[in-house]
Design a protein. Sequence first.
Length: 140
Amino acid sequence: MQRFRFGKRQRLNRPDQFRAVLAWRCGAGNGRVRLHEAPNTVGRPRLGVSVPKRCGSAVVRNRLKRLAREAFRLEQHNLPPDRDYVLIFTAKWSKKPMSANCLPLGGLEYHTVRRWLRQLHERLDERFLRRTRGRPEGGS
């Protein structure tokens, strides 16, 4: 039976870890979120989440981070174990239910974030494999 946990060892916490993933320059977005990936050597997928202050109050930002962590927790067994991920929410959010080009925060659920995570990973997977093909083992 698979364990669906998301412990401290699966998180990217330090700024240098975020910088390493962003420096790899392998990312895709959908206008609401942007996903970046980079290789790792720890043998498990790891996630870092960034939510800018423009997305709302601390309560809203923490909710977005919780949704992202929950989506990753349930999706981690479908992701390659040799990668780090950084999920960055953009500021195109609205507190009003029907604002043009903005998704209402009240209606956002982890299912939506999980679908975004899966879709963006699929878009990035081929690009990631192309970049790592031909590289020496353990090279950056």
